[in-house]
Design a protein around this ligand. Structure first.
Ligand code: TXA
Ligand code: MG
Length: 345
């Protein structure tokens, strides 16, 4: 067990906060693992150029060895120092969306340790948009490899407490910068081809990308579950709550009928729905995720973590429209779900 240091950081950063982030940066330089907030979810960071430090991330999370990590940097210049053969459209994407919730997959030039890329020839790089992450990257003065700071298989952490619950004693430090913003992870875009291809939907939508650079492809595996995904992480079952989750496409009336039917079997049911649908439902425990997709994305992982198997037998969750940020939300919900039902069919 490690003695995990926890720092509370306010935004805007005070002088003391900067000192604490500086300590965390020194730890990173010495090969330690430190969790920190980004605009999407918390990440578990280590020096991306130090193979042993990176190995500690895999160990702390129980992460499969073949799942590569994203290297985080503070600036476009630092990003360019990790990659080669960069197509022109990447410059436009970086100037438009970074810092922000987008990760570029590009040919690696070998500056980062081999286990960051899990042996692939490409590397995922991103510039997070968060003052704590920015300060940490500046002070550490090196790329920081960071997957989401959850135990492998669990929902990603949007609060420092989620990180603490999963990884206290397994990491060296935690910078608690309060709740993250977007709530789902960055969009992972393969930029090795003539056209960019979305490998994981996330905080920047396909529609937003297309407005800036025209046609953007999407990994066929995102729509056809029989295809092999091009991003190693997408093949794993993720985000699993403690309790089985049924993802239901249907009207409020149809969802209500299902709730009654399962309650009659003696199941203790929790419901997740939009504010609008929640208002029409009747069940002992209903959590409203919010009234629009940004609110729903922000609340999703926290709510998925809130169901304990002691109190619930089944989560019934409304399926959302797969447009804009809804694509990322539904991608995560499908992975979290044990059943998907379309009651309109
Ligand atoms: O928002 C985020 O992206 C967060 C914060 C902490 O930055 N990070 C995150 O990391 O979600 P992680 O490790 O949980 O997910 C990274 C995803 C995985 O699906 C991984 O397989 C994929 O990115 N990935 C990383 N490098 C890749 C590469 N070279 N080629 C294809 N996929 C890659
Ligand atoms: Mg993750």
């Amino acid at each position: 067990m490690k003695d995990t240091i926890r720092w509370t950081i306010d935004i805007p950063l005070s002088a003391q906060n900067k000192k604490d982030i500086n300590k965390a940066a020194r730890l990173i330089q010495q090969g330690a693992t430190v969790a920190f907030p980004t605009e999407t979810v918390y990440g578990l960071g280590a020096d991306a150029t130090n193979e042993n430090a990176v190995a500690n991330i895999f160990q702390a999370k129980g992460r499969p060895q073949d799942n590569p990590l994203i290297a985080h940097v503070a600036t476009k210049e630092q990003l360019m120092q990790l990659v080669q053969d960069v197509p022109d459209y990447v410059g436009t994407l970086i100037d438009t969306f970074s810092p922000g919730p987008i990760t570029y997959v590009l040919p690696s030039n070998g500056v980062c340790a081999v286990n960051v890329t899990a042996g692939l020839s490409t590397i995922g790089v991103r510039i997070p948009d968060h003052p704590v992450a920015y300060q940490l990257l500046l002070q550490a003065d090196r790329p920081i490899a960071a997957p989401s700071a959850n135990l492998s298989g669990k929902p990603s952490p949007t609060l420092a407490q989620h990180v603490w619950n999963d990884l206290a004693g397994r990491m060296d430090g935690l910078l608690d910068g309060g709740p993250t913003g977007v709530g789902v992870e960055s969009t992972v875009v393969d930029c090795t081809g003539t056209l960019p291809m979305i490998l994981r939907p996330g905080g920047v939508t396909k529609e937003q990308l297309e407005q800036v650079i025209g046609e953007v492809k999407q990994d066929p595996a995102l729509q056809h579950s029989k295809e092999q995904p091009r991003s190693p992480g997408m093949k794993y079952k993720h985000y699993s709550p403690e309790v089985p989750l049924w993802l239901i496409h249907g009207s409020a009336e149809e969802i209500q009928q299902l709730i009654i039917q399962e309650q009659e079997k003696g199941k203790r049911i929790g419901v997740l729905a939009s504010e609008q649908t929640a208002a029409k439902l009747n069940a002992p425990i209903i959590y409203s995720l919010g009234s629009n997709m940004s609110e729903i994305a922000k609340a999703l992982y926290h709510q998925l973590r809130s169901f304990s198997s002691e109190a619930f037998d089944l989560i019934i969750c409304e399926a959302f429209c797969e447009e804009g940020l809804g694509k990322a939300v539904m991608n995560r919900l499908r992975k979290a779900a044990s059943e998907y039902m379309d009651l309109n069919k």
